[in-house]
Ligand binder design. Structure first.
Ligand code: FMN
Length: 293
């Protein structure tokens, strides 16, 4: 469907079909029925993937941050160039614990989630991966963060992984200098079971909450990061060994120590050519040359 020629884009169709409406009781019934089901409560008590059998790296409980929240918010800017300095394991541990983790420790049987970020129904569809390039104490490769035990599971030790992720993104020049990149995915089924079509809205919102926490913690640690939505989805899925259907990537978050050294990014070097194409498209439009009046 071409959003330029169609009166209803896929986004509009989705939005209409996932609206909650006052006189439609089916959504409320579904939510209540699922939420009250003992089987559902048992199933969702401890959301989060486990890669049993993978080598495990236990992360330190980080020291409290001493940057004020208002300062971290004020100083947060997207950082797209990083110095060669590696990240330390406590820095990575802070970013993970305070974005996707359980800073107050795992909950008891009746307090099931206690994560740093809110989640619709406490179902926590977000999973967090770390692609490490230069982190003290971590071999370069792909890791999965397990929130309930605050540890990393090593999925593949692979010095080429950071470069493959960079090539899968639309901004290899940004990821190439990052010490590590967080990848946030959603496991849709955890949320669709209860919320049906509306779940897609929820999982995207939730990843935003987690990512914003990570961005602010990066500032507080004297690091920098940028949230990246531009990447070739299935290349990222291949790297993380995901099917892209039940679980899919939404955000890349390269992080490192900021540098003031500025190089013209690749996309900016081609701006003259891009401007010429835009001008051509604009004046001709999808249906060919427009009459001039
Ligand atoms: C959903 C979303 C997707 C983004 N994707 C990209 C991206 O693909 N590449 C990039 O360089 N920046 C990306 N950004 C960062 C924005 O460009 C940046 O936040 C914006 O320019 C404002 O600058 P600031 O973050 O420094 O305030 C994205 C931000 C958001 C919220």
């Amino acid at each position: 469907m071409d959003p330029l020629t169609s009166t209803s884009s896929l986004a509009e169709l989705y939005h209409e079909n996932s609206k909650q409406r006052r006189h439609d009781r089916s959504f409320g019934w579904r939510v209540a029925a699922v939420a009250n089901s003992p089987a559902f409560r048992r199933l969702t008590r401890n959301p989060g993937k486990r890669y049993d059998g993978s080598p495990v790296i236990r992360l330190p409980r980080p020291d409290p941050l001493d940057t004020r929240l208002d300062r971290a918010i004020t100083e947060r800017r997207s950082v797209r160039r990083f110095s060669a300095e590696p990240l330390t394991l406590p820095q990575v541990a802070s970013m993970l614990l305070l974005s996707a983790g359980m800073p107050a420790g795992p909950g008891g049987p009746n307090r099931t989630t206690l994560r740093a970020a809110p989640s619709a129904g406490g179902l926590h569809a977000t999973e967090t991966y770390l692609v490490a390039r230069a982190v003290d104490g971590l071999a370069p490769g792909v890791y999965h963060y397990r929130a309930d035990d605050h540890l990393l599971e090593l999925l593949h030790e692979d010095p080429t992984a950071p470069e493959r992720l960079a090539r899968a993104s639309s901004y290899p020049e940004i990821l190439d200098t990052a010490a590590a990149t967080l990848v946030f995915t959603a496991v849709f089924g955890r949320t669709t079971l209860k919320y049906g079509e509306r779940a897609y809205r929820f999982v995207v919102l939730e990843i935003g909450h987690v990512a914003q926490n990570a961005l602010l913690v990066a500032v507080a640690l004297g690091c920098g990061a940028v949230p990246i939505g531009g990447f070739v989805d299935d290349e990222v899925h291949t790297l993380l060994d995901l099917d892209g259907v039940d679980e899919a990537a939404f955000y890349l978050l390269p992080v490192g120590r900021p540098t003031s050294r500025w190089e013209t990014p690749e996309w900016q070097k081609g701006q003259d050519a891009v401007a010429a194409v835009m001008e051509h498209l604009w004046s001709n439009g999808p249906a060919g040359p427009q009459p001039t009046t």
